[in-house]
Ligand binder design. Structure first.
Ligand code: PLZ
Length: 446
């Protein structure tokens, strides 16, 4: 804990002079292919506040893309990291193992959906967990085909690029992509042609038909889906759709993989978003909030599936790094002690109520959606056509950033504003953030 009060404080225009100097150095030293959402350079953080190099206190409404759920510099995480760093930073679990890795896998078995026997393996990034999920599903089924969905995001490595739906900016110029990946329609209620009430049934019927005709059930190793699609626009699948797909997987000997990299660890108001859908995935991928800000990812699932690859078939030098494991164990304990799932539900209610008011005032807000502390608005032209308005979304984000609120966009059409506060954000700060959002909206639509 760095002792920063949980209040916004602006000492300079944003970005300030020190940030601007760093921005110039960035352009000269960092590949332009790695883009930044703003040029506010961070010196330290505390809870839900980020302090930039000019001393401005910014409200964090992005959590570094759903990572800082326990807050920045959470004292138990800081202590666990310091303690482990002072003991040893690395041995490689495959060379000489250590207790933290085992303990974390035990926790993952307890926390992920379902009471069946489970095993886990640890990796460095969400994409790596997803790649390994596909490897495991193929080894278990002896099949090759993988089904992913429209609007999906699963990572930037070769196999996960193939699974990711959107070409710009994730795939442009980077092919050829991994074969045997098939894409099905997502039950996206807001944009379903015949209306949201038919969405789940029709999307599932289409899924079943395509899986039969274009892939062949007997060739499908896995279906992978985000229980709420993150980068694609915080799309909450029509109720019942995921359950039907999961049941189809069971009936056809297909491994059902829930990619909970963004939704996991209390973000949506429960430990995992799959719980809201009443589904028990065969495999679950996690990363992001798992380790309180340190890089770590996990693949957890049914013991018989996870044990299917040859002994030694999974691994990596840094996977399950001891400092990251210590941080994860501390973060998980904090999520339990502070009931961060409950906090996410309260945050969701507060954000949802305010966004509802905002939508009344602004016809450009086509839909307010999400769950818990994973809320979003989809921005459209105010003429009833539901035409995406990415330019307006960008303008609102810029207005927020200028006022000291770090907000992220997302969406297949770049027209979704998403709100991912740390789950420790106090109500007063949340209200300030929502005031800024309302002001920025009014400014951008004036
Ligand atoms: N699966 C569901 O959301 C990462 C991507 C940021 P990594 N999402 C943020 C960007 O533009 O690169 C993500 C996700 C879901 C997998 C991943 C991949 O996780 O840790 O970024 O590899």
């Amino acid at each position: 804990m760095t002792g920063v009060t949980q209040e916004r404080l602006l000492l300079t225009e944003l970005p300030g002079p020190a940030s601007q100097a760093l921005a110039a150095r960035r352009r000269a030293a960092v590949s332009s292919a790695v883009s930044v959402g703003n040029e506010l350079y961070i010196d330290h953080g505390d809870g839900a506040i980020l302090v930039d190099v000019d001393g401005n206190h910014l409200i964090d409404f992005g959590s570094g893309i759903a990572v800082a759920s326990v807050g920045h510099a959470a004292p138990p995480v800081v202590a666990a990291v310091a303690e482990q760093a002072a003991k040893f930073a690395h041995t490689c679990f495959m060379v000489t193992p250590y207790p933290g890795y085992v303990e974390l896998c035990e926790q993952l078995a307890l926390l992920t959906p379902g009471s069946h026997e489970k095993r886990s393996a640890l990796f460095n990034s969400g994409a790596e967990a997803v790649e390994n999920a596909i490897k495991v599903a193929r080894a278990y089924t002896g099949r090759q085909a993988v089904i992913a969905f429209d609007h999906a995001y699963h990572g930037r490595t070769n196999l996960t690029m193939a699974l990711t739906a959107k070409v710009q900016p994730y795939k442009d110029g980077f092919g050829p992509f991994a074969p045997e990946v098939y894409r099905m329609g997502m039950a996206y209620p807001y944009r379903w042609p015949t209306g949201p009430e038919h969405c789940a049934e029709e999307a599932f019927a289409d899924f079943v038909a395509k899986a039969h005709v274009q892939v062949g059930e007997e060739h499908v190793a896995a279906v992978i889906v985000e229980p709420i699609q993150g980068e694609g626009g915080f799309i909450v699948p029509a109720p019942g759709f995921l359950k039907m797909v999961a049941d189809w997987c069971t009936e056809n000997g297909v491994v059902f993989i829930a990619d909970e990299v963004q939704t996991g660890f209390c973000r949506t108001g429960s430990w995992f978003a799959s719980e809201h859908e009443g589904i028990v995935p065969d495999l679950v991928t996690t990363a992001k909030a798992l380790a309180g800000g340190l890089p770590l990812a996990a693949l957890t699932g049914r013991a018989e599936i996870m044990d299917a690859p040859v002994v030694g078939g999974l691994g990596g030098t840094f996977g399950g790094n001891p400092i990251s494991c210590a941080a994860a164990l501390a973060a998980i304990q904090l999520m339990k002690d502070a009931d961060l799932a409950g906090a996410a539900r309260r945050i969701g209610d507060r954000i949802g109520a305010r966004l509802g008011e905002l939508a009344q005032a602004h016809p450009q807000i086509g839909e307010v959606r999400g769950r818990g502390a994973m809320m979003a608005v989809e921005i459209v032209r105010p003429d009833g056509s539901r035409t995406p308005d990415a330019a307006l979304a960008k303008a609102v984000i810029a207005g927020c950033v200028r006022r000291g609120l770090v907000v992220l966009g997302c969406g297949t059409y770049g027209n979704v504003l998403r709100f991912l506060p740390p789950l420790v954000m106090p109500d007063a700060l949340l209200d300030d953030a929502l005031d800024i959002l309302a002001e920025s909206f009014a400014e951008a639509t004036a």
